[in-house]
Design a protein around this ligand. Structure first.
Ligand code: SAM
Ligand code: SF4
Length: 324
């Protein structure tokens, strides 16, 4: 469907849990209370909302978290989501720890792509960033996914003084394996505001010292705002997602559903529409559709991350509670 600014909204990120088996410093604190099971939408509730979203024109779903694979039943949910009448694409964003063993099942349900977050290839830095020690499992998950022929992307957040020395090691994954490596500019949401990040411009300046002959990659490689380059001899592409410096709000195609049933129209703003109470108080499909449609129409024009005096009501939740 179109929102009031004429943007086509056809993509929804669904967070199926706020729980996670990592504790990335920029995403969540060590001690974080999880939502109770009652607060979190049941899979059948999420599927009902996705079916209705399909009627509104949402065709592509990204399943995220917290860590989506820690939720029991995540695989059957992905399969059911794929089978909904309007679904064209289901992709997954994961930290990769639990990925390796379920790659064959993901392949057999026809997953359309897997994004794995990986900020470092060093054991000690992995421990420092995530507060856990699972680097080998994450790497095994990435290798298994690309070996199975699943479209696999690595998402990295580079931070000054923490993992920025690994820029070339990370891009070399796209040289040696069939993966795209994308750099996400850190956003000042929750704990992210403590770090200084990198944008496309800075990274391209760095990259061209070693690889001056890259070309812009013009083929469509996803549903999102990433822009890509190709380096001769590399198997995959290098992507950049500049939420702050390369503001892409005018072409934003997405909405988000949090695990407690809030339909969020923009990552920046705290407010959204709570669908859980409606779902649980016996609302009809027509009532839900009408609420969802009105909400999407009112999608904010743009985020205000760049303002020093922030406008509106900025998001106070952590990224793990929203789903990235
Ligand atoms: N646990 C899964 C994972 O790590 O891929 C899915 C959820 S995680 C919140 C989704 C993405 O958000 C990850 O790639 C993570 O690096 C990114 N992220 C978290 N906090 C961020 C921040 N403040 N700025 C930019 N990206 C962030
Ligand atoms: Fe967990 Fe993903 Fe947040 Fe890291 S970025 S703490 S893996 S939800």
């Amino acid at each position: 469907m179109k929102d009031s600014k004429g943007r086509t909204i056809d993509y929804m990120r669904i967070s199926i849990t706020d729980r996670c088996n990592l504790r990335c410093q920029y995403c969540m604190p060590e001690d974080v209370p999880s939502m109770s099971h009652e607060e979190v939408l049941r899979f059948e509730e999420i599927l009902r909302l996705c079916r209705l979203a399909g009627q509104l024109g949402i065709r592509k779903f990204k399943v995220t978290g917290g860590e989506p694979l820690v939720r029991k039943g995540a695989l059957s949910f992905l399969k059911d989501l794929k089978a909904l009448p309007f679904t064209e694409q289901v992709t997954l964003t994961t930290n990769g720890i639990l990925l390796k063993d379920i790659v064959p099942e993901l392949k057999s349900i026809g997953i359309d792509g897997i994004n794995v977050s990986l900020d470092t290839l060093r054991k000690d830095t992995f421990q420092q960033i995530t507060r856990r020690d699972y680097l080998p499992q994450v790497l095994d998950g990435i290798f298994a996914s690309q070996e199975a022929g699943i479209k696999t992307k690595i998402n990295s957040v580079l931070m000054h003084g923490i993992n920025d020395g690994e820029f070339f090691d990370l891009i070399h994954l796209a040289r040696d394996y069939q993966v795209d490596v994308r750099f996400i500019e850190i956003m000042p949401i929750g704990y992210g505001s403590k770090y200084q990040g990198y944008n496309r411009e800075k990274l391209l300046a760095l990259l061209s010292e070693h690889y001056p002959y890259y070309t812009q990659e013009l083929s469509t490689r996803g549903n999102g705002p990433a822009s890509y380059i190709h380096i001769p001899g590399f198997k995959g592409c290098i992507g950049f997602i500049d939420a702050i410096h390369g503001k892409f709000c005018s072409s934003c195609n997405r909405v988000r559903l949090t695990s407690d049933g809030i339909l969020k129209l923009c990552l920046y703003y705290q407010n959204g529409v709570s669908l859980r109470e409606l779902l649980r108080s016996g609302a009809s499909d027509e009532e839900l559709l009408s609420v969802m449609q009105k909400a999407v129409e009112r999608k904010p024009t743009e985020h205000q991350f760049h303002q020093s005096a922030q406008e509106g009501q900025p998001e106070l939740r952590q990224m793990s509670q929203i789903g990235g």
